[in-house]
Write a protein that binds this ligand. Structure first.
Ligand code: GDP
Ligand code: ZN
Length: 469
């Protein structure tokens, strides 16, 4: 499954700054390709290269002018035991911009070396079978991970779990195919053990069930990768902007005592309890106001439809008002009646609990389950975060347990194509067609890890990387 990209194997040698841009203590510059050894000797002459995979301190000089550039740690990784599978060198230089540009310039002057393109090191690792495609994606996600849950999921994918699952599925198909083919060849033969076809059938059907379960879960993996949509909704002045500001710990929305201040939908990425969230504040849902605000109301409704979790906010001290009742009747009650596996989840929050009389009684007994909060004092925030965490774990999946999740539309696409092929598997009616269906299904599965992957898919994935990775 890993051999799909031999054609990518390049003969050139590339170099790039692999650590972050800008002033820093240490910068890492690396090379990959057959001329790496030459590059190392050119910059560290007259000293001998250090032993493989151990660090040595060397004075780096420009190969043309002999000008000293830096005293740096150098590491020599002869292929195939390197990240890319090719000969690689790492220069750990001092992070000043002049040092970095001097060493890059020096490497560019070595014959056969050129600057690397974005993701080229990883692409070479893939071409040499060091990483499967799902592992490459895991690596890209790990580099971009901003929350703990994203990091966990990315690391699991980089460690190869999704790829192994795909491989396991492919093996199931191979076995079933072998059974069907044996039956085609020796169907009448007494030597053939009994029930081979039934056995194949059972395995294929079980595989279908498993693929379907993973497809049903696919949205969770994608939410975990790109963020769950949490929308704060409620009548004007309930405290929506105040809540968004509190959750994101930075002022993103305008808080004002004047109803209708938030006219547009603002979206801000936040880390809530380790989960990536796109949090949006919406315009107060009320009708019959000026055209600008009406547009905001329209967008707010749209946003509600796309939300994974809706935080419905009401002013606890104002539950009897017509805007509160409207919001309860038109938004909260219909949402509360939905089953949670319909996708959307509702958290009803009564804000401004500080304005309630000391006994803290909520004056409206018929209310759906709710939490009490005060954005002013912070009372109830911990309970709200706990409830949010539970909901987020439900819509994103918990990345530390359970089977690996499908994290990209690409994965979904290959699994669906495999399932479509399996629907053509009808051994009772035509054995030859059934065998062909299994072959097609297996081919789609192999695309998951990059077997027979097309250049376009590869380019798309590698473009996600920065130069130097
Ligand atoms: P929005 O229109 O729903 O976005 O509401 P805002 O966040 O702009 O808040 C409306 C008003 O309510 C502002 O004056 C806030 O300071 C005030 N407010 C928000 N949360 C609370 C709270 O928990 N208690 C009290 N007493 N006032 C609040
Ligand atoms: Zn607002």
């Amino acid at each position: 499954l890993r051999s799909g990209a031999q054609s990518l194997a390049p003969g050139s040698t590339v170099f790039a700054l692999s650590s972050g841009q800008g002033r820093c203590g240490i910068a890492v510059i690396r090379t990959s390709g057959p001329a790496s050894g030459l590059a190392l000797r050119s910059l560290t002459a007259p000293r001998e290269p250090p032993p493989a995979r151990s660090a040595a301190l060397r004075l780096l000089r420009h190969p043309r002018s002999g000008e000293p550039l830096d005293r740096a740690l150098v590491l020599w990784f002869p292929g195939p035991q390197s990240f890319t599978g090719e000969d690689c060198v790492e220069f750990h230089v001092h992070g000043g911009p002049a040092v970095v540009s001097g060493v890059l310039e020096a490497l560019g002057s070595v014959p056969g070396l050129r600057a690397a393109e974005a993701g080229e090191f990883t692409k070479r690792a893939f071409a040499h079978g060091k990483l499967s495609l799902t592992e490459v994606e895991g690596l890209a996600d790990l580099i971009h991970a901003e929350t703990e849950a994203q990091r966990r999921q990315a690391l699991r994918q980089l460690e190869g779990e999704l790829g192994q699952l795909g491989q396991h599925w492919a093996e199931t198909l191979t076995k079933a195919l072998a059974h069907v083919e044996a039956y085609i060849d020796f169907g009448e033969d007494d030597n053939l053990e009994e029930g081979v076809l039934e056995q194949a059938d059972k395995e294929v059907r079980a595989l279908e069930v498993s693929l379907q379960a993973h497809l049903r879960d696919a949205r969770r993996g994608q939410r975990l990768r790109s963020g769950a949509h949490v929308v704060v909704a409620g009548p004007p002045n309930a405290g929506k902007s105040s809540l968004v500001n509190m959750l994101s710990r930075k002022p993103v929305s305008i808080v004002s005592p004047e109803p209708g201040t938030t006219r547009d939908v603002l979206e801000t990425p936040v880390d809530l309890a380790g989960f990536p969230v796109l949090l949006s504040d919406t315009a107060g849902l009320r009708e019959g106001v000026g055209p600008v605000e009406q547009e905001g109301v329209h967008r707010a409704r749209q946003r509600l439809e796309q939300a994974d979790i809706i935080l419905a906010l009401l002013d606890a001290s104002d539950l009897g008002s017509s805007s509160s009742c409207d919001f309860l009747d038109t938004v909260v009650v219909p949402l509360a009646a939905q089953r949670p596996d319909d996708g959307q989840r509702l958290l009803l929050v009564l804000n401004k609990s500080d304005l309630l009389p000391p006994e803290g009684r909520v004056p409206s007994p018929g209310l759906p389950p709710h939490l009490l909060l005060s954005c002013l004092t912070g009372a109830g925030l911990d309970d709200l975060l706990k409830a949010l965490r539970t909901q987020l774990a439900a819509v994103c999946g918990d990345p530390s347990i359970g089977p690996p999740l499908l994290t990209r539309a690409r994965h979904q696409h290959h699994l669906q194509a495999c399932l479509d092929a399996l629907s053509q598997y009808q051994p009772a009616s035509d054995l030859a067609l059934a065998a062909e269906a299994l072959r097609v299904a297996r081919r789609h599965l192999s695309h998951l890890t990059g077997g027979g992957g097309t250049e376009e898919i590869l380019d798309l994935i590698f473009r996600d990387f920065c130069v130097g990775k």
